[in-house]
Design a protein around this ligand. Sequence first.
Ligand code: MEV
Length: 432
Amino acid sequence: MTNSRIPGFYNLTIEERRAKLTEVSQQIPEDLLPFTTGGLSSESADHMIENVIGMYALPVGIGLNFMVNGRDVLIPFVIEEPSVVAGASFMAKLARAGGGFTATTTEPLMIGQMQLINVVNMNEARLKIYEHKAELLAIADAIDPILKKFGGGARDLEVRMIEDSPIGPFIVIHLIYDVRDAMGANAVNTACEKLAPQIEAITGGKVHLRILSNLADRRIARARCTISVSELTIGFESFKGETVRDGIIAAWAFAATDPYRAATHNKGIMNGVDAVVIATGNDWRAIEAGAHAYAARSGKYTSLSTWGKDKDGNLVGTLEMPMAVGIVGGATRVHPAAQAAVKLMGVKTASELAEIIVSVGLAQNMAALRALATEGIQRGHMSLHARQVAIAAGASGEMIEKVAAQMVAEKIVRSDRAEELVKEYTGRQINK
Ligand code: MEV
C-alpha cells in the first residue's frame, strides 16, 4: 500500500524525487514518464484543439501526507503558484493525526437543460411533458449504450416555469443523467439534442438551447477533517493552539458573511482543487463555474467551506461543492500525463477522484486561513516567490537560492533588486 508520508522529499533533487516516488508508489518508472516528458505528443495536441503550434508546460508537484477515507494517496498538483503544494501537504500532515479527510459524493448526476420557447399554454405544456416523461426518459436512456452498461443513464425529467424574463415567459426542462465515471458533457448534450424534436412535437413549442448546466448541484463532493489544537501550532510555536483555532474560525466567519472576502477565500480552495483537476485532464472552467454558482446558491455569494469546533475543542472543517470530474473520455483519456496522474492516485472511479479533490480543496483552505490568522501569508509566500523573481532576473543554479534568500532577508522581493544581486553574484564569480 502507498505511504503518502515521504520525509525530506522537498530537499531531494528532481531526479531523486522521481526515484523516490517510483519506490513508494509502487509504480514502474514508465508510469511516471509522462511527467518527465510533459506527456503530450504534438500529434495528439493537434487533435485536441485547433491551430496548434506547440505545447505550454506547467510544473507538476506531489502533494504529500494525504489520507482520504483511510487510504494514503500521493496527489499530483499542476500549478504555477508557489506555496500551494507545500501548504496543502503540511495541512494534510496535521489532518492525519485526526484520521485524515473523510469524504463522500452523491451519485454522479448531471443536469441537461432545454429551453422551450414559443409555448402557447405554459401549464398545459408542462403537464404534457410530465405525461410523456417515461417515453422521453427511455429515448434519453438509449443514447449511450456504454454508459448504460456501466449503470448510468437518464434518471429524471423536471419542468421549471420561468415566468418573467427579457423575452417573456418560457419553460426550462432539466434532464437528470447519471454519467458514472465520465465528466458527462457529451452524453448529456447528445441526450438533450435527441429529446428536442420529441418535446417540440409534444408541446407545440420550440426547443431553443440544449446544453448541460455547469451548476452541477446534483453531483456534490463533501470533505471533513478534524485537527486538535496542539497540532495547529506546529510551525507557529509562538501562538496558542486555541488562538490559532479561533483565528481560523473568525477568518471563515468573514468569508461566510462578506462576498469580497468569500471570493478570495474560495480562490484559495480552488488553488488546490484546480491543480488536481488540471493534473487529471479535467475541465477546470466547468469546476470553477460550478463552484462559484454553488457558492451563490442562496442568492448571496458565500464561503464554500465551514470552520468551527467540536465538543472537545478540536477544529473541524468541511467543504461541499459540485465536482463534475471524470476519469474516462476527453483529455483524461488522451493525455498521457492525465492518465499517469489518475494511476498514481490509484483512483478507480470518478467519485473517488472527486473525494480526493474536495479534500485537497479543504487542506488548501486551511493552509491559507492558518497563515492569514497568524503571521500573514507573505513570509511563506515571499520566500518561494523570491525564487521566481530571481529566475526572471536571470539567476540560475545555486545563484537562485542565494539571490532569493538575500531578497527575503532584506524584505525587498523586487525585480530591480534581483537584477542588482544577479549582477553582483555574476561579477563575484567572474573575479574568482
Ligand atoms: C492566494 O492564492 C490564496 C489566498 O488569498 C486565499 C485566502 O485568502 O484565503 C491566500
